[in-house]
Design a protein around this ligand. Structure first.
Ligand code: ADP
Length: 267
C-alpha cells in the first residue's frame, strides 16, 4: 500500500513533541493511474480512424474544382476541424507519454543556442506575413541535460504561442542566460498580455483564456501543460509574468550545466 506520511514538530505546553500523520493514498494513486491509462488508450484508438478520414478529405480537396462551391467550402471546413482534432490527439499522446515514462536513457547534452536558433527559424515561418520581429539574446553557453525532443517541444510551444497571440510585427525575444539561480530561458513578447487572474491556472490541461480566439489560432489548450511537464522532468520550473497591454514573459529556470564543466568537476 502507498502511504503519505507527514511529520510535524510541534510545541505543546512548552514541550517539543512530534506529530505523525499517515494517510493511505493507494486508492488515489490507483484512480490517477486509471485516468492516465484511459487518456492514453482513447487518444491511441482515435488516431487510426482520424487518419482514414483525413486521407479521404484530402482526396476530396484535390478534386474541389469539380465539386459544387458549397461542397468545396464544406470540405475545407471538415479538413480544418479534423486537423484540429489530430493536433489535440497528438498533444494528448505526448502528455501521457510525459506522465507515464521515465526520462532515463534519453539523457543528452543539449546545445541550447543551436536549438533556439532552429526554433526561431520555424517561428518565422509560422509568423509569415505577420512579420514578427524575433530576436535571440544569447548570453551563455550553458547546456541542458535531458531529452532534446522534449525541450524542443517546450521551447517551441512558448515561442509559437508568442507568435499566435500577438498582433503582426510584435517583438519577441528569446533569452538564454546564466543567473544566480541557474540557467534561465526567457520568452518575452510585447503583445496583449494575460489577465493576472488567469495565471495560476494557465498550465492546466485545456485551460484557455479566450476559447474563441484560441480555437481560431488552432490552439489545443494543452501547450502550456506540455511545457510544465517537460520542465518538471528536467528539474526545471516555469514562472509566468504578464501585464495587460504590455506583454508576457515566460521564464524557465534550469539547473546549471556548463559546457565541459561537468566532466572537469567529476574528479
Ligand atoms: P493553446 O493551445 O490554446 O495555445 P496553451 O496551453 O499553449 O494553449 O496556452 C493557454 C492560453 O494562454 C492560450 O489559450 C492563450 O490565451 C494564453 N497565452 C499563452 N501564451 C500567450 C502569450 N504569449 N500572450 C498572450 N496569451 C497567451
Amino acid at each position: 500500500d502507498d502511504n503519505l506520511i507527514l511529520e510535524y514538530q510541534i510545541t505543546i505546553f512548552g514541550r517539543n513533541e512530534r506529530l505523525m500523520l499517515v494517510r493511505n493514498v493507494t486508492r488515489l494513486h490507483r484512480l490517477e493511474q486509471m485516468r492516465k491509462d484511459f487518456v492514453a488508450n482513447v487518444s491511441h484508438e482515435l488516431r487510426t480512424p482520424l487518419t482514414v478520414i483525413n486521407g479521404y478529405l484530402e482526396t476530396f480537396a484535390d478534386f474541389s474544382d469539380q465539386l459544387p462551391p458549397r461542397w468545396g467550402r464544406a470540405t475545407q471546413q471538415m479538413q480544418q476541424q479534423s486537423r484540429r482534432m489530430q493536433n489535440i490527439i497528438n498533444d494528448l499522446l505526448l502528455l501521457s507519454r510525459l506522465e507515464t515514462t521515465d526520462i532515463e536513457g534519453q539523457q543528452q547534452h543539449i546545445e541550447m543556442d543551436r536549438l533556439i536558433d532552429s526554433i526561431r527559424q520555424d517561428a518565422l515561418l509560422l509568423s509569415g506575413e505577420k512579420a514578427h520581429n524575433i530576436l535571440i539574446d544569447n548570453q551563455c553557453d550553458a547546456q541542458v541535460i535531458g531529452s532534446e525532443n522534449e525541450i524542443r517541444s517546450a521551447v517551441s510551444n512558448l515561442v509559437f504561442n508568442a507568435v499566435k497571440y500577438t498582433p503582426p510585427e510584435s517583438s519577441i525575444i528569446i533569452r538564454w542566460q546564466e543567473t544566480s539561480q541557474g540557467a534561465t530561458l526567457t520568452v518575452e513578447d510585447n503583445g496583449p498580455g494575460i489577465n493576472p487572474r488567469h495565471l495560476p491556472r494557465l498550465t492546466e490541461r485545456f485551460y484557455r483564456v479566450d476559447k474563441g480566439r484560441s480555437a481560431e489560432t488552432g490552439g489545443t489548450g494543452l501547450g502550456l501543460a506540455i511545457v510544465k511537464h517537460v520542465l518538471i522532468r528536467h528539474n526545471a520550473r516555469m514562472e509566468i509574468k504578464s501585464e495587460l497591454e504590455k506583454g508576457s514573459r515566460f521564464i524557465c529556470l534550469f539547473p546549471l550545466h556548463r559546457l565541459h564543466w561537468d566532466q572537469e568537476h567529476q574528479h
